[in-house]
Design a binder for this molecule. Sequence first.
Ligand SMILES: Nc1ncnc2c1ncn2[C@@H]1O[C@H](COP(=O)(O)OP(=O)(O)OP(=O)(O)O)[C@@H](O)[C@H]1O
Length: 660
Amino acid sequence: MGGGGHKNYSVNPNDYKLLEEVGYGASATVYRAIYLPLNEVVAVKCLDLDRCNSNLDDIRREAQTMSLIDHPNVIGAYCSFVVDSYLWVIMPFMAEGSCLHLMKIAYPEGFEESAIGSILKETLKALEYLHRHGHIHRDVKAGNILLDSNGEVKLADFGVSACMFDKGDRQRSRNTFVGTPCWMAPEVLQPQSGYDFKADIWSFGITALELAHGHAPFSKYPPMKVLLMTIQNAPPGLDYDRDKKFSKSFKEMVAMCLVKDQTKRPTAEKLLKHSFFKNAKPPELSVKKLFADLPSLWNRVKALQLKDAAQLALKKMPSAEQEALSQSQYQRGVSAWNFDIEDLKFQASLVQDEDEIQEIKEEHGSGKVHMKKRWQDAYGSKADLGSSVSTDLIISEHINGDEGLQDKGQVGGVKISESDTMESDSQGKSSLRKNGSKTELPPPISEKDSLLAKSRPQTVKGRQTQSGPLMPGMVVGQSIPERARTSERSENETQQPVEKAQQVRRAPSFSGPLNLPNRASANSLSAPIKSSGGFRESLDDKSKTNLVQIKGRFSVTSENVDLVKGSSLRKSASVGDWIFESKQLPTNHLPKEIGNSSMPASILMPHLQNLFQQTSIQQLLKMGSCLQCLAIRRIMEMLMVLLLKGNAYFLQKSVSFKLG
Ligand SMILES: Nc1ncnc2c1ncn2[C@@H]1O[C@H](COP(=O)(O)OP(=O)(O)OP(=O)(O)O)[C@@H](O)[C@H]1O
């Protein structure tokens, strides 16, 4: 397979010894591992096929695409094969993980410009390569830019993401509205506009801001609000007071990428010639030093998990483990959360009148302090990492050589070794450094340890099924298509052993309302809502007539769907996707009783849904209509009243926005 140079990597899972977990995404867990025949460290991404929204053909096609990728700045796969219900993707191990992880752990306010320049230049080379070969990455973000200890930079998640496989007919037939707006170009969000590789240039510009600030613009807002802001507001840029430190050429480069008219955005090739990149330092000079004093990747990951677990534990809300986690994750702009009252409040506030939008525009443009304050309120400042013992768990030397934090179970049928780690954490430090300043870190406390233990997957012996690689021309084991095609089966059905082993992290379900991984996930701490990834094929069949929009990560339709009844806004099977489902109802007006808050929510809900449905998102987005906004807002307020009265129905349901 591609990306592997001339070495051969076997498709036998027993040839890979899984070591520490180094990353966790919407649908996959990534392990550092040893490829035993060569005694070589590799990364193994265990992609949960049950959480993929794709059939095996899509997966195989993507695997074929991957096999053709060969560029030093694009991470390829050595090989891939199926183990139980997991697709294992074997790839080079990037010892410093993603830029997102690095920022979360040590640079919450972003990197310095020289490092940003180097990282972006390497990423842009990757994009130039992909675009030249006719590919759109569609998921450019700091979380998908991986770093190696020598400063090497690689763009990841091309063709391996579960969501990348989620495309084509299946996507269409679901009539869904999927994705996250933060990195998305306006044309991707807007119906009928279509998009091309220039969408990656927009995302690249957003990623530049993400690296500069530690977060993507608007990332504290709920998806719909971000969507509106992306479309209606002036493009974000480096115009805050805090951005004075950045060079003119950096600002100019970002502004070139973040032009709403895609035709006016430069190509990757042209952008590479910009002075900002011409003057960029080699990554070994500017990137390598970023992690010089940091603990090993897996210990950073553990620290992030601990931090999230601690926050979860300290949430006061009763019986709300997931809810609490969702809150915490939501505030961090992550890929998954549950809708509860607070979330609904957020959602309610996302529909703004023009005054509000104007206020945000001004706020954004002028970089007023309270924007920053709000950001800090939501995310915490850099001091979060170490300042609050009660709420934040931090890396400390105690994490190194810790008390069994590693999984000692089996994943995908192969035992994860604790003792066979290739290198001990000799780099472990008792403090973290951020931009030269040190943050002293308290030791973990027992409560946190116990939380972590709780979040560990159970040790379950998994069945080993080596089913062959997903390679061009190769036949995948017979059981796999069946498995892949039944990926939406009920969770009540018999689970595979591996699923059981990981069920603690599999709260996202196919059958229920929006859920969260009820495990502190280092990745989900910071990862934005996962895009569905994959290429949306151009729509040429008649079935698209009800589609409001499908290209890109968003697919908005007005067509009736009968997916998960009663749960209309939920995560897709791959956790990070938002799905706004549409369900036809008689086009009656709201009943008179709608103002009566004693009316059962179960009765009221369909009418609310219907009303939402009547409000075309397309029109809403295009018009930015005050009237519609106000109408929706009013409905949301009524919904709030009901919710606040403790209607359990709503508390357990994902809120439904019928916008299609
Ligand atoms: N080759 C690798 N070497 C080291 N770490 C990796 C590698 N690939 C992925 N990771 C880590 O694992 C994390 C999750 O991987 P990945 O993003 O591919 O999974 P995902 O399910 O697609 O996640 P997401 O939902 O964030 O896109 C990454 O953010 C990164 O930190």
